[in-house]
Design a protein around this ligand. Structure first.
Ligand SMILES: NC(=O)c1ccc[n+]([C@@H]2O[C@H](COP(=O)([O-])OP(=O)(O)OC[C@H]3O[C@@H](n4cnc5c(N)ncnc54)[C@H](O)[C@@H]3O)[C@@H](O)[C@H]2O)c1
Length: 286
């Protein structure tokens, strides 16, 4: 069954989360800090669809359905009829909680709120909504690029109703995703595994054992990874990786201490593809 869905935050993650639900046949409203940003995201998604058609991820019919189902709106005030809202704004607790407070007053009483946070405990985010809404609040952690990565970590809090977990898992499956249920712990499951690996990769570079290029090659050709750790950090952004590692360092101690080279890269503004320079250098597009 299709549901009216809303997505807040039309950046890298939110726009593609909106896309996969629109392709799956749901009506999707997309909003950002300004209408212009939400409109620009829809233009970007047309490129994602066109490239995806070329690579076999989408069909022409998917494109038509997606563009028919997807609409940019001015603000959260347009979300009064939404049954499920996915939040993908900046990774900042106060920014996210301000959005949740607003959504709690605008959405129907039985609407579900799902956060795409990578690092903030879901129960902390849920604490600012009403007790009734807390039973309809959970985490859904998608992976980039969302139209290609099938996994979604579904993270209930102490108070999330079982029927809400089931409903969200079904919604994800219906959009072609493979959800797994994960406890609300710092880093959830995937980031615990990933950052242990990324921290070790940075240590290898700090110790001069191999270059980022060669470690990427080693992981692709020796471990069968589709992308190496340094290319991955440059896509995800070094600042987000550092933030995740600091949170897990607080939670789990030494084993998640971020490498000093990663800190230095972030302080220098070398955050990755977004800034044109991270572990590698990216010439401006065209
Ligand atoms: N980048 C990744 O690989 C990745 C993976 C999983 C989860 N996440 C999480 O997804 C979320 C979004 O990440 P992203 O990489 O898409 O970031 P992004 O910076 O590309 O996008 C965030 C968007 O949110 C908008 N925004 C900020 N405050 C807002 C507000 N108050 N109301 C409406 N829109 C607002 C911004 O204008 C921006 O367009 C973060 O919580 C991040 O941790 C990211």
């Amino acid at each position: 069954m299709t549901k009216p869905i809303g997505v807040v935050g039309a950046g890298m993650m939110g726009s593609e989360i909106a896309l996969i639900f629109a392709v799956a046949g749901h009506s999707v409203l997309l909003t950002d800090q300004s209408r212009a940003a939400a409109d620009a995201a829809i233009v970007r998604l047309e490129t994602v669809l066109d490239r995806g058609i070329g690579r076999g991820f989408f069909s022409e019919a998917d494109k038509g359905r997606a563009l028919g189902n997807l609409r940019a709106v001015d603000s959260l005030d347009d979300f009064a009829d939404r049954q499920v809202v996915v939040e993908a704004v900046f990774e900042d607790q106060s920014v996210k909680q301000a959005v949740f407070r607003q959504l709690d007053t605008i959405l129907p009483a039985d609407a579900i709120i799902a956060s795409n946070t990578s690092t903030i405990p879901i129960s902390t985010l849920a604490s600012v909504v009403s007790a009734e809404r807390q039973s309809r609040f959970l985490g859904t952690h998608y992976f980039s690029p969302v139209h290609r990565m099938k996994l979604v970590e579904v993270i209930p809090t102490f108070d999330t109703a079982e029927e809400v977990v089931d409903e969200v898992m079904d919604l994800c499956r219906n959009a072609g995703k493979e959800p797994i249920r994960v406890k609300d712990v710092p880093g959830f499951a995937v980031n615990r595994v990933l950052h242990a690996f990324l921290i070790e990769a940075v240590k290898l570079v700090e110790e001069g054992v191999a270059t980022p290029e060669d470690i990427d090659k080693a992981c692709r050709l020796g471990l069968g990874h589709p992308v190496g750790p340094f290319d991955l950090m440059d896509v995800v952004t070094n600042s987000l990786s550092l933030q995740a590692q600091e949170i897990m360092h607080d939670a789990y101690g030494e084993r998640f201490r971020p490498g000093s080279l990663l800190k230095q890269k972030v302080a220098a503004g070398h955050i990755g593809r977004k800034s044109g320079r991270g572990w590698k250098v990216y010439p401006p597009k065209g």
